[in-house]
Each structure stands twice: as C-alpha cells, then as structure tokens.
Design a protein around this ligand. Structure first.
Ligand SMILES: [Zn+2]
Length: 152
C-alpha cells in the first residue's frame, strides 16, 4: 500500500504505470484505484499480454481492487486513469459504484464519458461517479502520441 499521496500523485502513478506498459508493447494506459488515500490497485492495459480484449487498465484494476476489498461494490473508491474510459470501462466503473473518476486525456475516438455515448449521462446508467477530467492530460497524451508514432 502506498499512503498519503495526493490526487496529482495518484495520476503520476497511473502515468508511470502507463509508461511501463508502453515499454512492454501495450498501449500506454494506466489506472490506479484509491480508497481512504491508499492505493488499492494499480494496472495497465494487458490486452496483448493476456490475449484478452477486455483487459483494459480500468477493468484489470477494478477486478484487483474488488478482490482485495472483498466486494463487487467499490463505494469509497476513486479511480484514476490516464485516458478517458471507453464504453466498456465506463460501464464497469458504474457497476463498481466508483465514487470519483479522474482521467487524463480525452479520447474523442474511443471515449464514452465526454465523448461518444456519454455513458454516465445516459438513462440506462444507474450510478455515475463524480468526473474530473484533464488531470495529467498533457503527459497522458504525450505517452500515447509517442507510442503510436513509434509504431507507424
Ligand atoms: Zn476501456
């Protein structure tokens, strides 16, 4: 457990996790789940490593956090992720009853919070977290841009 980090530091940890994932060939997206100012789970994208299309950073982190806490509802938890969550992850964040969502870069092509379906604002969404966007945005966007530039 990492204690006493403030909000920007939690995003720094998510960014570091993203950067390491990028070095391993995964799309550099990182996620941290925090409860009572303690890190409960840290995860990066693992879709290639696990041959799992659902292994987005948020899903991997939510699963780990739920297992550690021993509940499928992460009511006192805040989630930090470097990129705007997609439709699947927005759904999972809602099911997990996450309290606050902090994300870095917006994702106009694949996001589902302020882009695309805007899941949390839809009538079929039964729990929406408080959303804070743009936290560590420039660093998150830089990691992704560099990753995809190197692969072109
Ligand atoms: Zn996702």
């Amino acid at each position: 457990m990492i204690r006493g980090l403030k909000a920007p530091s939690f995003m720094d940890l998510a960014l570091l996790t993203a950067e390491n994932a990028g070095k391993a060939g995964e799309v550099p997206i990182g996620c941290v789940v925090v409860r009572n100012n303690e890190v409960v789970a840290t995860a990066a994208n693992r879709t290639l490593t696990d041959h799992d299309p659902t292994a987005h950073a948020e899903i991997v982190a939510l699963r780990e956090a739920a297992k550690k806490i021993g509940s499928e509802r992460l009511v006192d938890c805040d989630l930090y992720v470097t990129l705007e969550p997609c439709t699947m992850c927005a759904g999972a964040i809602s099911f997990a009853r996450v309290r606050r969502l902090y994300y870095g870069a917006a994702d106009p092509k694949g996001g589902a919070v302020e882009s695309g379906v805007r899941f949390f604002a839809s009538p079929t969404c039964h729990h929406a977290p408080d959303v804070y966007s743009g936290v560590g945005e420039s660093e998150a966007a830089r990691l992704l841009k560099e990753f995809f530039r190197e692969r072109r």
